[in-house]
Design a protein around this ligand. Structure first.
Ligand SMILES: N=c1c2ncn([C@@H]3O[C@H](COP(=O)(O)OP(=O)(O)OP(=O)(O)O)[C@@H](O)[C@H]3O)c2ncn1[C@@H]1O[C@H](COP(=O)(O)O)[C@@H](O)[C@H]1O
Length: 113
């Protein structure tokens, strides 16, 4: 089993644990807005780390972002496999082409009466 799948299972098991002894349970007990905000804070910390020269800090902050994203997915009852399936669906589609097709689609919609 890969690391993220194991982490997903751990988070599912810890969700309803005692918040005094589990950080995952603590986050869940505080609710979705707190979990979402925490992910935002971790993302900002990752940005700061990326702009510093400290490689290990970047690795640590990237792990924090991924962990808190996994907690948020759990809170939203979205299985990791659904996100992986979306990434699989996107495989081989250039971001440039995808954006261009969206822009063209919007232009077509605006032309219609
Ligand atoms: N992977 C993680 C993991 N990564 C980060 N964290 C915690 O996320 C929190 C991050 O919050 P902060 O950035 O605010 O951390 P901080 O140390 O307060 O930092 P600053 O305020 O100084 O910036 C810290 O408490 C980290 O310990 C994690 N907590 C848990 N896990 C996994 O989740 C499992 C279950 O954890 P519990 O629910 O706590 O048993 C663990 O066994 C791990 O596998």
């Amino acid at each position: 089993m890969d690391t993220l799948t194991r982490l997903e299972q751990t988070i599912a098991q810890r969700r309803n644990a005692d918040p005094a002894s589990s950080y995952v349970a603590q986050l869940h007990s505080r609710g979705l807005p707190v979990i979402a905000r925490k992910l935002g804070e971790e993302a900002v910390e990752a940005i700061v780390a990326a702009l510093s020269e400290d490689r290990s800090e970047m690795v640590g902050e990237a792990a924090d972002v991924m962990f808190h994203l996994m907690v948020l997915l759990s809170a939203k009852d979205i299985p990791l496999r659904e996100v992986m399936a979306e990434l699989d669906r996107r495989e081989g589609i250039s971001g440039i082409d995808e954006k261009a097709s969206r822009t063209a689609g919007r232009a077509l919609q605006q032309e219609q009466p």
